[in-house]
Ligand binder design. Structure first.
Ligand SMILES: CC(=O)SCCNC(=O)CCNC(=O)[C@H](O)C(C)(C)COP(=O)(O)OP(=O)(O)OC[C@H]1O[C@@H](n2cnc3c(N)ncnc32)[C@H](O)[C@@H]1OP(=O)(O)O
Ligand SMILES: O=CC(=O)O
Ligand SMILES: [Mg+2]
Length: 560
């Protein structure tokens, strides 16, 4: 037990966060020693790569285009290399449920019947100290089958007697490289959230998972290029040596959810080849990344209303087809993304619509060669399972059966943004505002995923909402008005709509402790800013969640 009322330093790591129940089980001296090692060895490179991201983006703003890299041509053209054989628990990934790592959701996900669970410290988690640390406690307990929970309403949750190997395979998604965890400080620098999430999960669970027939598996989010994949590979090598477990035990599935990474899919697999499990089509961040990177390029790269940017748009089909091809050429799994439609147990009509839309989405993916796909809710597991069962028959995946040799890597097709059908409308602007504010409000209360108008909203979809508004204003786009006619999207017009939408939100009722005023500040601060913030979550974290945050509030009612 260590003192709880002041920052303490152990093995090089200063803990600045408030003391939390069961913290000592996670922030052990040996675990902190491992975190300090990771930080000292890799944080400098992380920072360099973040700078490189900004340089690439600036080149695009200055008029450069994206293309496949000449310097890695041999990797793409050499047809002989493959990633490591699929690891235990990762051969059959036909349905993966995703969700945050709070205690109830952890148990529900482990009981969901899905083949895998993406245990999320990222898009669906608000990165408060409480959420991040409690998530580690919950994963540790779940792997050891020592987890239960009673809700405030008195409902009991538990894992039955089923062994870990017969549960969804756990794949942990750490935070992206951009986010810091400033409740853990090494040599005066905040740690990278990614290193904290990876490091603590790996340190406490890798050996236990191996004992139980699984392994330490990860989803790597928001990767922008193959050099970032190489950094992860170096981290895995050092981590495996540190615990004395065989090299190649870690497996990583990389989310291809940035436009730059779409040009380096095979290179990313190559960098990680001894640890690579697959690629995932993270559609929401991918759309966000397109807006972010091409935001200064005027009308040619402006997308229509969010609802119009579907997976059948030419650029989205090019992206998913090329992803399946890259994976299957290299023996890796291609995993589909998230349809936003959320079932509703209280509204049969909305429920039926969600099931139908998700069925259509999964049917397209299975037909396109994906080996499995994501669902956001347990009630969607059966429908996705049925679709993939029908396509896979007695196979575990379609890596060999559907090679997609008909697909050719095509830069122009990936960049065919202007061919996306749809229009910019006043209703679309209003929807971005309303949903964005409601989502940020939820995030500030510690809930990183929310069902709003029966659609899943998380950090990635909120990034789209605020980025679209920024881009439409800055490109001087024209919007179709609800009452007829068109007008140019200006800051003043959007400000007026925002005032109206905010009033409408408040009129639906306020609850004690809600965070709507803060949410408005965060959302308008990024959507209407002169300077585009790289991530909505960065200023929000600094102001509201970080250890130094002027407005930090311990999250009431956070259960371990
Ligand atoms: C862009 C991307 O990265 S996509 C991936 C990241 N996003 C996500 O993972 C979103 C995951 N989904 C969710 O968080 C939730 O489904 C939400 C927030 C959208 C909706 O959740 P709710 O409002 O609780 O839905 P609902 O009331 O219908 O839930 C019914 C039950 O299913 C559970 N449930 C819902 N979604 C999940 C999930 N993803 N994992 C585990 N359990 C879940 C709820 O906990 C609830 O359990 P209970 O009946 O024991 O209380
Ligand atoms: O992480 C997934 C996405 O769509 O973004
Ligand atoms: Mg994402």
């Amino acid at each position: 037990m260590y003192p709880t009322d002041q920052p303490i330093t152990l093995n090089g790591v200063t803990i600045t966060g408030p003391h939390l129940p069961r913290q000592e089980e996670i922030l052990t001296p040996d675990a902190l020693d491992f975190l300090a090692t990771l930080h000292r060895q890799f944080n400098g490179r992380r920072r360099e790569l973040l700078t490189k991201r900004e340089e690439t983006r600036q080149r695009i703003s200055d008029g450069a285009t994206l293309d496949f890299l000449p310097e890695t041509r041999t990797i793409r053209e050499d047809g002989s290399w493959r990633v490591a054989p699929l690891a235990p628990g990762l051969k059959d990934r036909r349905v993966e449920i995703t969700g945050p790592v709070d205690r109830k959701m952890t148990i529900n996900a482990m009981n969901s019947g899905a083949k895998c669970w993406l245990a999320d410290f990222e898009d669906s988690s608000s990165p408060s100290w409480e959420n991040m640390l409690n998530g580690q406690v919950n994963l540790r307990d779940a792997i050891r089958r020592q987890i239960d929970f009673t809700s405030p309403e008195g409902k009991d949750y538990a894992l039955g007697g089923v062994q870990l190997v017969d549960r969804p395979t756990i794949i942990v998604r750490p935070r992206g490289w951009h986010l810091e965890e400033d409740h853990l400080v090494v040599d005066g620098e905040p740690m990278a959230g990614a290193l904290v999430d990876f490091g603590l999960y790996f340190f406490h669970n890798a050996k236990e998972l191996l004992r139980r027939g699984r392994g330490p598996y990860f989803y790597l989010p928001k990767t922008e290029n193959h050099l970032e994949a190489r950094l992860w590979n170096c981290i895995f090598v050092v981590a495996q040596d540190h615990l004395g477990i065989p090299q190649g035990t870690v497996r990583a599935t990389v989310l291809i959810e940035t436009i730059t990474a779409a040009f380096e899919m095979e290179e990313i697999l190559y960098q990680l080849r001894n640890h690579a499990a697959g690629l995932n089509a993270g559609r929401w961040d991918y759309i966000f990344s397109i807006i972010k990177n091409f935001r200064d390029r005027g009308d040619q790269f402006v997308l229509p209303d969010r609802a119009d940017v579907t997976m059948t748009a030419p650029m989205m089909r090019a992206y998913t087809d090329q992803l399946v091809r890259a994976c299957h050429r290299r023996g890796a799994s291609a995993i589909g993304g998230m349809a936003a439609f959320i079932p509703n147990r209280r509204d049969p009509e909305a429920n039926a619509t969600a099931l139908e839309k998700v069925r259509a989405d999964k049917t397209r993916e299975a037909g396109d060669g994906f080996d499995g796909s994501w669902v956001a809710h347990p009630d969607l597991v059966p429908v996705a399972m049925e679709v993939f069962d029908a396509v896979l028959a007695d196979r575990q995946n379609q890596i060999r059966a559907n090679r997609r040799e008909d697909v050719t890597p095509d830069a122009a097709a990936l960049l065919a943004v202007s061919e996306t059908p749809g229009s910019i409308t006043e209703a679309g602007v209003r929807m971005n505002i309303e949903v964005g504010i409601r989502y940020v409000e939820s995030w500030l209360r510690g809930n990183g995923a929310a069902a709003i108008h029966n659609l899943m909203e998380d950090a990635a979809t909120a990034e789209i909402s605020r980025s679209q508004i920024w881009q439409w204003i800055n490109a001087g786009s024209s919007a179709e008005l609800t009452g007829g006619g068109t007008r140019t999207v200006t800051r003043e017009w959007v400000q007026g709509l925002m005032d109206e939408e905010f009033a409408r939100i408040l009129a639906t009722g306020r609850t004690e402790g809600d965070r709507f005023d803060d949410a408005l500040e965060v959302f308008s601060g990024s959507a209407l800013a002169e300077e585009y913030p790289d991530f909505l979550t960065l200023p929000a974290y600094r102001k509201f969640l970080s250890a130094q945050a002027p407005a930090r509030q311990a999250l009431a009612g956070t259960s371990v």
